[in-house]
Design a protein around this ligand. Sequence first.
Ligand SMILES: Cc1cc2nc3c(=O)[nH]c(=O)nc-3n(C[C@H](O)[C@H](O)[C@H](O)COP(=O)(O)OP(=O)(O)OC[C@H]3O[C@@H](n4cnc5c(N)ncnc54)[C@H](O)[C@@H]3O)c2cc1C
Length: 499
Amino acid sequence: MTASRQSGHPPPDRVRVLVVGAGPAGMVAGITLAGYGIDVLLVEKRTRASALSRAMLISTRTMELMRRWGLEAAVRAEASDVEAYTYVTESLTAGTGSDLPMAIPTRPEAAVVSPTRPAWAPQDSIEPILFAHLRTLPTAEVRLGCELTGLRQDDDGVQATLLDSRTGTAHVIEARYVIGADGPYSTVREQLGIAMEGLDHLGHYESVQFRAPLDAVVGDRKPAIYMITRPDAAGFLSRRGHGDRWVFARGRAPDQAGLADLGEAELAGLLARAAGVDELRPRVDRLSTFALAAMLAERYREGRGFLIGDAAHRMTPRGGTGMNTAVQDAFDLGWKLAWVLQKWAPADLLDSYQTERRPIGKHNVDFSAAPPTVPATAAETLPWDLNGRLAHHWLPAPGGAPAPADPVSTIDLVGDGLTVLAGREGRRWTSTRAIATAPIPLAVRLLDQGTAAALGLRPGGAVLVRPDCQEIRRWSHYDEADPPRADHLAPAPRPLPAD
Ligand SMILES: Cc1cc2nc3c(=O)[nH]c(=O)nc-3n(C[C@H](O)[C@H](O)[C@H](O)COP(=O)(O)OP(=O)(O)OC[C@H]3O[C@@H](n4cnc5c(N)ncnc54)[C@H](O)[C@@H]3O)c2cc1C
């Protein structure tokens, strides 16, 4: 990881948005804001990328965002070729076992609802993809080795104290807004005086990243996770992307020796037993321990400061929602802040960040804390990931032409401003007076009859959607006196998915 527009100079004195932390949440906030041309400074206390795999599951909706930024193929290239199920077995080579469905859509299930599908790719290979993309955006600047140590705010903005870890010098910077994307032990959260509520100290989860030629022993099965049941090696084995990279993880009981307490030979023996290969000689890359918690910030905002990602919610790895919730928080806040800073929308749009994202954070925190015996299906978890966004339908190739290599979905039609999707009979929408009260860019997309009908549009009707594909309004026919308006940007009322 190197910094974009990084220089030996101190950070600028003033910036519109300061993002603290360059994990997945901070980078997606930066990408979204800079995508709108907003100047944004990301400060990150680490001086280099994290080599920790951590998240492996990139959810359906997160993959749709990757697709939006043109990163879908790059992420897919880092993903393991696995299917969404757990294989329960004594060891990798035991030869018998049973399949356990995961609360993640399978390929056929995802194909019905989305132009993409989840990917099983390690976080340490996703972060460089996000970082490289961020570097291409001219209004984004990243400072590595730069730690936020203090924060004050008044009606006009925030003043942040930044410490340069290389020189030891402190620097104060002013920003219109600050985003705390600084992880579970967030300094921004502490400085904003926001408490966490929920369950702390739920135990420890530990993992060892290693390399071993296990492809030859696993055969044709492609589960995302192997649940190893033999008592002397109980835990979970999964691939870390491609080749011979694997991770073994387990919850650690209070009276159990940690992986880090084991000698080299003992650790190799544990991995050999889990694999069921006596002569296995694993090459250990890294050990890590993770304190389990299921906690939610009591609020996501204080004045000009916002919390996103793990700074706003701590989840256990169950369900694989931590990073995905982080990415989607960041996109939600990013486009809303950009709209307000562009003067496309009133500042109270920012209140909707907490209203819309905190219930999802709460659901995912609670789900992560449920005992593993509580089953869940993709049908239950998917509505929380997709969050009721516009339905996906592939557009037909024009005029009966052969199917294009890169087919276009209704989801792909949604732009950075407001988008009207209308049937071809609704051509008058293309001359709509557009936005009544603010200069929000409005794109009008005319659909073929089949796609319009699939979206539930009557001939001449239309639907208005936000950048996050949330539907705001529907019309059954064109009405010159009732154009799209910018004073009502909340999604159309609909019940939250059932708990
Ligand atoms: C074992 C494990 C498995 C997981 N599996 C999954 C999964 O399958 N799917 C999933 O979605 N999630 C998973 N997660 C969770 C996921 O890793 C986190 O939710 C995700 O990293 C959160 O991203 P973030 O950007 O909010 O925070 P982080 O990734 O923690 O990034 C925060 C950044 O802020 C920086 N920082 C902190 N303080 C300061 C400061 N004062 N100044 C400047 N910088 C600062 C840190 O150095 C860090 O780089 C897993 C986690 C673990 C531990």
